[in-house]
Ligand binder design. Structure first.
Ligand SMILES: NC(=O)C1=CN([C@@H]2O[C@H](COP(=O)(O)OP(=O)(O)OC[C@H]3O[C@@H](n4cnc5c(N)ncnc54)[C@H](O)[C@@H]3O)[C@@H](O)[C@H]2O)C=CC1
Ligand SMILES: O=C(CO)COP(=O)(O)O
Length: 326
């Protein structure tokens, strides 16, 4: 019998809704809290997330809620709000979480200003709750439709990561456990920025050879950054690093990739959440602070900030001195 009977999911966007159903599929009782009251009430009434994950019914074991008190008594909490709202959401949850209840960030990003990863925000806001991270190649729609996926769940205490992984796994969702929380988070945050760049390259029509070069060189940046910040090489080479970069930087289903495609085509992005657009500045600042060279991420940041045009970004990247491949 798992000790994680009741799971709270905070954030009923696409990923929170998919994870709530996944936890139900794993045999858990789930409370799905949503910040937007109108949206929460629609979920309570209709039991379908028409706005963020249309066509997917909530599992019977999932109870949607507008009131944060509903998370009381949970045995673990999945934090599935956009990265820039993680701190406020954790603060809202704090009075309702018992000591030692693990809190698992499922968001992919770095907080602007503080340059904090999600686990650092959770540790600062919920110091008595172990901060964990869940990340990997997993489109919400795929997971919600029961297509197979594999992700990594990390906690400083690997026994806890293994227990949580077992509690959330099902025949179609494999969770690998790890003790490398920062390594897992780095992959999720950095790949979104690189994926926007890959989307821009695709939108401009640079071709598939350039697309592959972009992923390989983007991954070199991700690994350099990851190892400077203490991520383990096997994590960066794994699901949450290479795995998620390949998925996000090649698929039109990705919001970050599509955001880049729109920019590359000179069109306006569709307004869906593209976490990389919020994280680019923080990623580049953190890289500079740690003396890590990230030319692709920097070019993406500069294009998003309007400092340079897409053509100038391409010219600058192609004109870099020829070096060894590392
Ligand atoms: N959609 C996907 O396939 C996946 C998403 N993720 C990550 O999960 C996180 C959430 O993304 P999605 O669920 O896709 O987002 P979404 O765009 O589907 O939904 C956004 C959610 O954020 C909530 N929200 C908006 N403003 C808020 C605020 N001020 N405070 C608290 N909540 C607020 C909305 O009410 C909604 O629940 C992101 O970091 C994303 O990178 C990770 C893996 C897969
Ligand atoms: O993180 C994701 C897949 O692993 C989702 O990617 P997007 O946010 O770019 O859609």
């Amino acid at each position: 019998m798992s000790s994680f009977r009741k799971i709270a999911v905070l954030g009923a966007g696409a990923w929170g809704t998919a994870l709530a159903n996944a936890a139900a599929r794993a045999g858990r009782e789930v409370v799905l809290w949503e910040f937007d009251e109108k949206q929460a009430n629609a979920l309570i009434k209709e039991r379908v997330n028409t706005l963020y994950l249309p066509g997917v019914k909530l599992a019977d074991e999932v109870t949607p809620a507008a009131d944060i008190h509903a998370i009381a008594g949970c045995d673990a909490a999945l934090m599935v709000v956009p990265a820039q709202h993680m701190r406020a959401t954790a603060a809202l949850a704090a009075p309702h979480l018992k000591k030692d209840v693990p809190v698992i960030s499922c968001a992919k990003g770095i907080e602007r200003g503080s340059l904090s990863f999600m686990s650092q925000i959770l540790r600062a806001t919920l110091p008595h709750n172990p901060a964990c991270a869940l990340s990997g190649p997993s489109f919400a729609a795929d997971v919600a439709h029961g297509l197979p996926a594999a992700v990594t769940l990390a906690a400083k205490d690997e026994w806890l990561a293994a227990d949580l992984s077992r509690a959330l796994a099902s025949p179609v969702l494999r969770l690998y456990h790890s003790d490398d929380v920062i390594g897992v988070e780095i992959g999720g945050a950095a790949k979104n920025v690189i994926a926007i760049g890959a989307g821009i390259a695709a939108g401009v029509g640079l071709g598939q050879s350039a697309g592959a070069a972009f992923i390989a060189r983007g991954f070199a940046e991700l690994r350099r950054f990851g190892s400077a910040l203490g991520g383990k090489p096997e994590t960066l080479m794994g699901l949450s690093g290479l795995g998620d970069l390949v998925l996000t930087a090649t698929s039109p289903q990705s919001r970050n990739f599509s955001y880049g495609v729109a920019i590359g085509k000179g069109a306006s992005p569709d307004g869906k959440l593209a976490e990389g657009a919020f994280t680019a500045q923080a990623l580049v600042e953190l890289a500079q602070k740690n003396h890590v060279e990230m030319p692709i991420a920097t070019a993406v940041r500069d294009v998003l900030d309007g400092k340079i045009t897409v053509s100038q970004a391409i010219e600058t990247l192609l004109a870099r001195p020829l070096t060894s491949e590392e």
